[in-house]
Design a protein around this ligand. Structure first.
Ligand SMILES: [Zn+2]
Ligand SMILES: [Zn+2]
Length: 363
C-alpha cells in the first residue's frame, strides 16, 4: 500500500522530505497524521526516499496529511495560484420553442492573494487554504482521495465565495519528492484543478443570459405579432369559405326550384331511364351545343348531358356529387355522333349515377 510510504516527516512544526534528513530514526521526525516517530529510508539508489512508521500501526493519514500540509505551505509561501478554466453555456428558450445559446469561457489565469489563511473552519467544513484578495475570498480544497465528495461540494456551493479543488491524489512519491514537479502540480498545473463554485463565471453567465433574454423578448414580440396575423388570415379564409358555401347553397336551392318549374314543361320519360334513351339524349345535347351554343357547353359529371356554357349546375339531374365542367364539341359532331355514341361508356355511367332525370332536355 502506497500509504505505508510517507513522503513528509515533521520536525519542530516543519515538514521535511526524507532525503533532507538523517537516515533511519536519526531523522528525528514524527508522522504528520498520527505524530508517532518515523524511520527515514534514504539510503540506496533503488529506493525512492520516504518515511515509514518506526513501529507499525494502523495510521493511514500520514501520506495525505503530509502532502496536503506541504501543498498549503506552498500556497501560503507564493500567494499565487493558477485558477481553473471556467466553461458555461447560457440558455434561453423563446415562445416558439427556439433555444438561444451563448458560450461563456474564462481561461485559466493566475490569481495573486493579499493574504492566505490555512486550514480555516467554515461552518463545520475545512477550507485547506483561503485566499483573500480585495475583500473577496477563494476557498481551496486539496483532494487526496479518489472519492467524489458530492456532499462537501454541495456545502461549498451554498457559500457566497468562490471555491476550487486541487486534486493531488494521483501524484506519485517521485513527483512529490521533486520540489519542482510538486510545486507545478499544486500551483500551476491546469489539469489538477477545477471550480467547485466560480462567482465570476456565474456573473458572466447571468449577464450572457440577460442579453439572450432581451433578444428572446424581441423574437417573442415578433413571433406573437406574426402569430396574430396568421390567425387573422386563417379566420378570414374560413369566413370567406363559409360565405362562398352559403352563396352556393342558396344558388343551388334557386336552381332546384327552377328545375321543378321546368319539369312541368319538359317531364322526363320512361325511355330516358334506359341506356338507349339516355344515349339519345346525350347525343341530342351535343348537337344542340354545336347548333345553339357555338360548340361550347358544360358537361355534368353525373349524367353527362351538356348544359349551356354559362350554367353553374346541371340543368337536368339532381344527382349527389354532380358538377359541371367546360367542354368543346368537335366541329364534325353532326356526322360522327352515332359512331361516337356506339363506343361511349357515358350512357351506362349516366344511368348508374343519375338513374332518373329531373327534366328532359329540350331538343
Ligand atoms: Zn501516522
Ligand atoms: Zn346532370
Amino acid at each position: 500500500m502506497r500509504e505505508k510510504k510517507i513522503p513528509f516527516g515533521e520536525r519542530d512544526g516543519t515538514l521535511f522530505r526524507a532525503h533532507e534528513v538523517g537516515n533511519g530514526l536519526r531523522c528525528g521526525c514524527v508522522c504528520p497524521g498520527c505524530r508517532q516517530p518515523l524511520n527515514a529510508a534514504n539510503n540506496g539508489e533503488k529506493v525512492i526516499p520516504h518515511f515509514r512508521h518506526a513501529q507499525s500501526n494502523d495510521c493511514t493519514d500520514g501520506f495525505r496529511e503530509g502532502v496536503r500540509r506541504a501543498a498549503v505551505a506552498l500556497i501560503v509561501q507564493h500567494r499565487q495560484l493558477l485558477l481553473p478554466a471556467f466553461l458555461g453555456t447560457a440558455r434561453v428558450s423563446t415562445v416558439s420553442g427556439r433555444l438561444l445559446e451563448d458560450k461563456v469561457e474564462l481561461k485559466p489565469a493566475t490569481a495573486t492573494a493579499d493574504s492566505v489563511e490555512r486550514f480555516v473552519d467554515l461552518d463545520g467544513l475545512r477550507g485547506h487554504a483561503v485566499l483573500h484578495q480585495s475583500g473577496r475570498q477563494l476557498i481551496v480544497r486539496i483532494k487526496m482521495s479518489s472519492r467524489m465528495e458530492h456532499e462537501r461540494y454541495r456545502q461549498l456551493q451554498a457559500l457566497e465565495h468562490s471555491s476550487m479543488e486541487i486534486d493531488l491524489h494521483r501524484l506519485t512519491l517521485e513527483q512529490i519528492n521533486d520540489p519542482d514537479s510538486f510545486a507545478h502540480a499544486v500551483l500551476q498545473d491546469p489539469s489538477t484543478r477545477f471550480w467547485i463554485r466560480c462567482i465570476r463565471g456565474e456573473r458572466l453567465l447571468a449577464s450572457a443570459e440577460q442579453k439572450l433574454q432581451l433578444h428572446a423578448t424581441e423574437l417573442n414580440a415578433t413571433w406573437l405579432q406574426e402569430q396574430a396575423e396568421r390567425e387573422a388570415e386563417e379566420q378570414a379564409r374560413q369566413l370567406a369559405l363559409a360565405e362562398e358555401k352559403a352563396e352556393r347553397d342558396l344558388a343551388l336551392k334557386t336552381h332546384r326550384a327552377m328545375q321543378i318549374d321546368m319539369a312541368e314543361q319538359y317531364p322526363a320519360t320512361e325511355q330516358d331511364a334506359t341506356v338507349q334513351g339516355r344515349a339519345d339524349l346525350i347525343a341530342a345535347t351535343m348537337l344542340k351545343a354545336m347548333r345553339a351554343w357555338d360548340g361550347k357547353a358544360v358537361e355534368c359529371t353525373a349524367c353527362h348531358l351538356l348544359s349551356p356554357p354559362d350554367a353553374r349546375f346541371c340543368l337536368y339531374c339532381t344527382a349527389d356529387g354532380s358538377e359541371v365542367r367546360s367542354v368543346s364539341v368537335p366541329a364534325d359532331i353532326a356526322s360522327t355522333i352515332h359512331k361516337r355514341m356506339r363506343c361511349s361508356a357515358k350512357p351506362n355511367m349516366s344511368i348508374k349515377t343519375a338513374p332518373t332525370l329531373a327534366l328532359r332536355p329540350e331538343v
